[in-house]
Write a protein that binds this ligand. Sequence first.
Ligand code: NAD
Ligand code: WQD
Length: 399
Amino acid sequence: MEVRTRKIKAEDYQIRGGRMKKCKKNRKNVKKITLANQLSLKKLLSLSSNSENNSQIMKKECVLVCGGAGYIGSHTTVELINAGYDVVVVDNFSNSDISAVENVRKITGAEIPCIEADCCDMEAFRKVFEKYDFNSAIHFAASKAVGESVQKPMMYYRNNLTSLMNLIDLMREFGRQNIVFSSSCTVYGEPDKQPVTELTPRKPATSPYGNTKQISEDFLRDSVAAYEGLKSIALRYFNPIGAHPSALIGELPRGVPQNLVPYVTQTAAGIRECLSIFGDDYNTPDGSCIRDYIDVTDLAKAHVAAINRMVEGKSEERYEVFNVGTGRGVSVLELVNKFQEVNNVKLNYKIAPRRAGDIIAIWADPTRANTVLGWKAERTIEETLASAWAWEKHLRGIK
Ligand code: NAD
Ligand code: WQD
């Protein structure tokens, strides 16, 4: 079998309003890139005399990662490249930085095309489809702060829904097939029974953000039913935490962190004075809330499993949903204690009043993801909390 290697030169581009121009803003960071990333090119060349391996390589394809400079998108890009895929990133950097993509390039040795464009800008987004040949896309490109969504609902509906609608439309227009969607356990609200399975009923959303996740799932379900060429997997993440073992990429919260683990690591680093534990009088064993904290690298691998499933034609339904969690409920107090133990740091914390709108307890039944998707969370909470601290120390230059 003949293996053709294409070496196409391109550069990082900024696309706005349908016009494509070299990305001036990031010019100092821009490198020449090839479509075939170095890693897969090396593999391709070294395996070119082995037809069995060739057929493996031939199966691999390019994945468009919308929001690939963000927290989960950057980790997923690493795992896609580790699995042999080529990746194209599109991001408007509304909640991220080009440095995340540069660090993904460092970790993987791959030269990943990164286009600065807003997925809500249809003409700019179309250029990405015209330029790159991928059959699968992952949609991370959304705003995600629950509190902000209550203050600015239209911003959330516009960004989260328009970016997904544009992706669906363009996938159809260009005859591309597979969409993985970032959904959330927030769709279950306060569940009546633990752990939650994919059949646990969704509850009315308690925030505009949560509502965008429910509506987005519905968009995908209905689109896939109507358009034969399309397949989709919605992954319902539980609470993603931690950072890549290299400590080169991780979560970059803007301003005061709203989520528990970034608040914990910033308190340990001395940036925040004291962590408030929101409530110790809930009906749980130690009185604090319970969540299912999923390591971000494990979560990234769930996306690879979802892409593999669709690329290999293994989907049982054209729209499928999977819980992505560990199956283990951990309380806020347990997490705080483990963080101190594992990292040998003392954390300044106090018990504070309950936070309005908090779910008391939720954790996943991940059986369907384990058995059907063939994915399982592997990292322990101790490893994950160590990686979160290593990332914070790296960011702040703490030895
Ligand atoms: P993030 O903010 O770090 O990443 C999102 C990325 O998308 C950012 O780089 C941002 O700049 C980009 N983006 C946003 N709108 C865009 C647009 N219109 N066009 C192009 N790029 C755009 O967030 P994350 O934590 O990595 O979350 C990724 C996805 O997972 C989101 O859809 C989020 O709702 C979902 N999710 C996150 C969590 C969590 O706790 N982090 C939990 C469940 C679901
Ligand atoms: C976890 C626990 C807090 C901060 C949110 C979104 C959800 C999903 C994940 C996207 C809770 C407690 C927190 C602090 C604390 N995102 N806490 N002190 O609320 O489970 O979920 O992120 O889809 O949609 O709602 O995550 O990290 O904010 O809180 O005691 O300073 O930590 O009360 O019990 P949450 P979180």
